[in-house]
Design a protein around this ligand. Sequence first.
Ligand SMILES: Cc1cc2nc3c(=O)[nH]c(=O)nc-3n(C[C@H](O)[C@H](O)[C@H](O)COP(=O)(O)OP(=O)(O)OC[C@H]3O[C@@H](n4cnc5c(N)ncnc54)[C@H](O)[C@@H]3O)c2cc1C
Length: 576
Amino acid sequence: MFDGLFRRYKDRVLAPALRLIGGLSPNTITVLAFAFGMTAAGLAAGGWLWAALAAWLMNRLLDGLDGAAARAQGGATDLGGYLDIVLDFAVYAAVPAGVAVSGGFETGRLVALAVLLASFYVNGASWMMLSAILEKRAQGAAARAEPTTVTMPPGVAGAVVTFVFFTAFLIWPAGFPALAYALAALCAISIGQRIFWAVRNLQAPTTPTVDFAARAWPVVIVGGGAAGLAAAQALRRRGVESVVLERDDVGAVWTRHYDSLKLNTHRDASALPGLRQPRDYPCFPTGTQVRDYLADYARAQGLNVKVGLTVCRAERDDAGWRVITQGGEYRCADLVMATGIWSQPVVLNLPGAERFAGRLMHSRDYRNPAAFVGRRVLVVGCGNSGAEIAAELGEAGVPTWVAMRSGATFVDRPHSGLQMSLTSALLRHAPRSLVQRVLRARRADFRDLGLPREQIAEAEIYPVVGFRLPDAVRAGRVHVVAAVTALTEHGAQLADGTQLEVDDIVLATGYRPALGPVAEWVDLADGWPVLDGFRSRRTPHLYCLGYRYSGFEGWLQSIGRYADQMADQLCADRSS
Ligand SMILES: Cc1cc2nc3c(=O)[nH]c(=O)nc-3n(C[C@H](O)[C@H](O)[C@H](O)COP(=O)(O)OP(=O)(O)OC[C@H]3O[C@@H](n4cnc5c(N)ncnc54)[C@H](O)[C@@H]3O)c2cc1C
């Protein structure tokens, strides 16, 4: 939400204003901004609040412009980051002080002012300290020729929130104490967030400190996707070293999906613990960007990852696990499976499939509509992949049908990471009946388009994100039909008795956990591992991570938390 607002502010306000003031140097603009800020404070103290508001808005506009002007003029130096910040902070002290004294020197207001300024400055200082530490780390990584992404944990009292509060002081001076305490509380939360983040993450070494014998490790993790990396990081924070064995490259799965794949969860709520997704990524990054982020994550956290090693099977003896790869054997006490679902597509065994004359493929092998031009396509299944692929084909002018068995549940795309985080935090702790009601209310109803909702408990539904398919159905580009019962030579037999003629069929019928290497050590129920927490119910010292999907938060959003829980369980088992 704030990203969008800020982009609109940059496009609609800053860019035209920059053209207007033309050749002013960034330094001049900074001084002008300061002058307007102090004028705002003086006017507020004198009780001319509307004039103060205008001067304050000019201060903010000019403050945004000095950096923009410096960039537009080819990086011409402005007064230097620190002086700029000092002048800015002087204005940030003067404006509320002006409002506080506008109604006379009343104790209540002055106390509120003192609390506000103290929390505001400590918040600013914590931000600056953390920035400096992170910058130093980035420089160190650059010196070692390791790419890294500098990350700053979000604070709730960010620039936009502060701007809103300061503007509100001038519009509603009578509410100054209440507003000041509210902003002070947000600053305190931001400080707490940063301390919590720093304690959890800053001591993580950026290079491996333990040099284990190449093939014997306390823990082996199979799979170098998001789950495997999060597991390695969570274990390291608990002092347990591990090695990640990955058959491909880190995060490579994300580039094997269809070409147009983008995250449907917001960037800011889809990062692993300790490293934000880069700020210059779009809100919904592409598969390649997610791959790059994961590779960067493995490097920045200094995780031990061995790529190009396929784990074929695991065996147990008295000394623990023998993990057999095509490149030799590894030994470990505890084994974590984080192999994801992508390599285990569910291919329906439809009667008559051998007679079907067209192309029959799983959604895993679909790339883009180009291969389907001039053909009629049936997409079987209406989960996230099926909905996206059917809509994409329909939008490209390919005659498309989507077959649905048990309904589909749609939610709007998240507007911000903050919204996703708050919603999931609330729903995780709310009573189940309330969760059911909230989810039902948030999920859209497209029965009029022939897209009925699934009839199972709301919290167990992993919804389809975005309304792209309903929009395509409404526009007549995709047609919804009943479930497929069998295939014929030229198409499909549907559950309602109709015969549908198509040239190609895409099975968007989902995936199951890729647990082949430990098949004899874990029980499966409908393809999913039977676990006590994260430990295989059948075998001690075997843990499975990443095979649990929550109905009200993104998978990537929850994996850091699940990795912590898995690591806690593994460590507790070790010490018992
Ligand atoms: C099409 C699609 C879109 C998705 N979009 C989103 C989204 O927008 N937001 C979201 O939160 N979640 C999304 N998900 C869900 C989830 O985030 C991904 O499935 C994610 O990739 C899961 O991470 P993972 O580490 O468990 O598995 P993967 O990313 O699949 O990683 C598993 C790794 O294990 C390796 N591996 C497997 N077997 C072996 C072996 N025998 N030996 C060695 N290595 C092995 C693989 O090569 C792979 O690198 C999506 C899933 C799919 C399928």
